[in-house]
Design a protein around this ligand. Sequence first.
Ligand code: HPA
Length: 234
Amino acid sequence: MSIPTPHIAAKEGDFARTVLMPGDPLRAKFVADNYLEDAVLVNSVRGINGYTGKYKGKSVSVMASGMGMPSIGIYSYELFQFYNVDNIIRIGTAGSLQDDLKVREVAFAIGACTNSNYAAQFELPGTFAPIASYELLKKAIEVTERMGISYKTGNFLSTDTFYDDSKGTMKWAGMGVLCVEMEAAALYMNAARAGKNALAICTISDSLVTGEATTAEERQNSFHNMMKIALEIA
Ligand code: HPA
């Protein structure tokens, strides 16, 4: 396959080496409008607006992933395989599964468990453990500590089912899993297969332990710490 791809209408060289990926297209626009200088729209297929601009003189792109592993699977595959992107940093939201991981805190996924069948395509004779890029994670932790932002780092659950009939999500808490979201595992698998780098950073938007939640407006706008960390390591 070549560019443009079925889902991205950008030209060769339109994306920076590092792409920040929120789930929400409005959040991608928010990052471009508030943090990037000279941001140029490079994709708008299906409303998945992608922008490339400068942050502190570095070229950085931001484009939404959409929700769920099939969606981030498509966009991260096309960026890694056809647009020569080296690093994808997911900047998303997640639901806390632990008492001591509070709403609005930042969490980094060292690894991502999943109830998805995404790994089946690789036909491995066992279970793959999707992990972050150690380099990106190390840089993210250094930057976060320098900024004095509190964070947690550990295992995430990437689920296919936001509304889970089995009510099984909390079971993962018993294995020390920090939080639940819907994209990290597929992103990490695509990065592994492409020999590229990925990191998932999430702000906790709600707690499955306490039932506390942030509003949609807060979700879109009040994730500055996470965005700054991602931009600093881009
Ligand atoms: N489940 C799945 N994904 C999420 C959640 C959740 O509770 N919160 C934010 N992303």
